[in-house]
Design a binder for this molecule. Structure first.
Ligand code: HEM
Length: 508
């Protein structure tokens, strides 16, 4: 009995000290949060929902209601100015919309990509996804080495040689449109654009014919799941600990595995072809294999690194372009006068011919303006983030170093301080004679870490849009929302459901 009482006493004492320790640690943490608040609270910002969680409740509320967080950032930018602060626990992130600061932060290699976001994307719920690939590599040397090796697969000369492939794959999409016009069926533009951009990246980057206009494939769903997973993983730190989310997390992990296993298979097939002395294209896959080093000395980490870049290109090269195309159709359907003007240009430049040449693309100036304006209002990759290591001054406000910052072309693209009448879809803002936007429009980011696939994407988008406009009339099925869905990248929530008809002059 005495032994039992003694043990009970000891346990109670241990519990007492444990609780005390926990309280002290919590108190220490609160003091640390207070210290961080004091360091950054001279920077304006919306009131925190809560001392501990900062602004995270606002974010949860928007996400729970399927809202677009970027609209909240825009509202705050109008209220709190070109630099404001947001807090979550002990972290501070600055939202920066000053053109001068944007120039400094994006153009200089000194400001590395934000540790929290890009390190976290290495894995997704414990499964390696983007790893140290081109988008997520933070270390300048490691990134630069990869970028130099990849550059040839994006040179103008190499892209020019791809015009035929882009045309061929876009024609398959036109066949789908023809079926829909013949059968008078409604079509969801976003899904069809997703199939063509996936077909293009698989063929052009990896030399694989998926032919998704005819075949089904699990890749679209896998990319979708990874994107959705990323957004929860980044924005809700507690998401993975909620048992309710386990089935979704399992699906996301499976999707990551599928993409990496596909990468391993396609890379091995290409390596075998190279070893057999076959004539392989100098495409992205070949460059990925080159970037990993010599075969004889290749380590397991080198193999994983190749997969990082495979997944990076598979994801980056597909979704953003499909979303841009769908937004472009939505914008044109809502602006018939602009559609008419761009159609006139398409008729003049390509007439009835089906093969659009590389030179033709350079002549489609108004279509280029339309695509640029689409990305002003609907930047499918809305922003980027950087770490600020040293103290700096932005618009007269002292910024103590050791903080991360977000830069958003979505926000600046919708501020009337930078674009007059910002809600108006007006491609003439990008007329060659109009003043160039000064560090407030950057849908492909800017500086050394800007999009490697920009020309690739815009070539593809122009060919698809020119063919669509050349041959079909389209109208939006009434009653659908024009809202934006925020899944890390931005996409039209409705999917852009259209009625499509052959143009009058076309023979059926
Ligand atoms: C409309 C289409 C596209 C948009 C709006 C877009 C936008 C962007 C943006 C904003 C970044 C910077 C990301 C960041 O800072 O985290 C980026 C990076 C990148 N994009 Fe794109 N992108 C598009 C299409 C493509 C395509 C088609 C490819 C490949 C075929 C591609 C490959 C890349 C790569 C490799 C990077 C990383 C570049 C580096 O850090 O060196 N993108 N893109």
């Amino acid at each position: 009995m005495a032994l039992f009482v003694g043990l009970l006493y000891l346990s109670a004492q241990a519990l007492y000290y444990l609780v005390l320790l926990f309280l002290l640690a919590f108190l220490g943490y609160c003091v640390y949060i207070k210290h961080i608040h004091m360091k950054y609270d001279h920077i304006p910002g919306p009131p925190r929902d809560n001392f501990l969680l900062g602004h995270s409740q606002t974010f949860w509320k928007v996400m729970k209601n399927d809202g677009n967080l970027h609209d909240t950032f825009l509202k705050w930018a109008e209220r709190y100015g070109s630099v404001y602060r947001i807090n979550v626990l002990h972290s501070v992130c600055l939202c920066i919309y000053s053109p001068e600061a944007t120039k400094e932060l994006l153009m200089s290699p000194k400001y590395l990509k934000d540790k929290f976001v890009y390190k976290r994307l290495f894995n997704l719920f414990g499964q390696r996804l983007l790893g140290n690939g081109l988008i997520t590599a933070r270390d300048h040397e490691q990134w630069y080495k990869q970028r130099r090796i990849m550059d040839p697969a994006f040179s103008s000369l190499y892209l020019k040689g791809l015009t035929g492939t882009f045309n061929k794959l876009a024609e398959k999409l036109m066949d789908k449109f023809t079926d829909a016009a013949d059968n008078k069926t409604e079509i969801t533009m976003l899904s069809l654009f997703n199939t063509v951009t996936l077909d293009v990246i698989a063929k052009v980057a990896f030399g694989v014919d998926l032919n998704l206009q005819k075949n089904r494939s699990p890749f679209q769903k896998a990319i979708d799941l990874c994107m959705k997973g990323m957004i929860f993983y980044l924005r809700d730190l507690l998401f993975e600990f909620n048992p309710k989310n386990r089935p979704f997390i399992k699906e996301v992990r499976k999707a990551c595995c599928l993409l990496r296993q596909t990468g391993a298979q396609w890379i091995n097939e290409r390596k075998t072809a190279m070893q057999n002395g076959e004539d392989v294209p100098k495409d992205i896959l070949t460059q990925i294999i080159k970037s990993a080093g010599e075969e004889e000395t290749m380590t397991e980490e080198d193999e994983e690194f190749m997969l990082d870049n495979f997944v990076t290109f598979f994801i980056a090269g597909q979704e953003t372009t499909a979303n841009q195309l769908a937004f472009c159709v939505m914008a044109l359907a809502n602006n018939p006068d602009i559609l008419e003007k761009v159609r006139k240009e398409v008729d003049e430049v390509i007439g009835m011919k089906h093969d659009i040449s590389y030179d033709n693309l350079g002549e489609l100036n108004y279509l280029t303006q339309v695509l640029k304006e689409t990305l002003r209002l609907y930047p499918t990759a809305p922003g980027t983030s950087r770490d600020i290591q040293d103290d700096m001054v932005i618009d007269g406000i002292h910024i103590p170093g050791g903080v991360s910052c977000m830069l958003s072309t979505y926000v600046t693209g919708r501020m009337d301080k930078f674009f007059k009448d910002p809600w108006k879809f007006d491609p003439d803002r990008f007329h060659p004679d109009a003043p160039k936007p000064y560090y407030c429009y950057y849908p492909f980011a800017l500086g050394p870490r800007s999009c490697l696939g920009q020309n690739f994407a815009q070539m593809e988008a122009k060919i698809v849009m020119a063919k669509l406009i050349q041959r079909f009339d389209f109208t939006l099925v009434p009653g659908q929302t024009l809202d934006i869905m925020d899944t890390g990248t931005l996409r039209p929530k409705s999917g852009v459901v259209c009625h499509i008809r052959h143009r009058d002059y076309q023979q059926k």
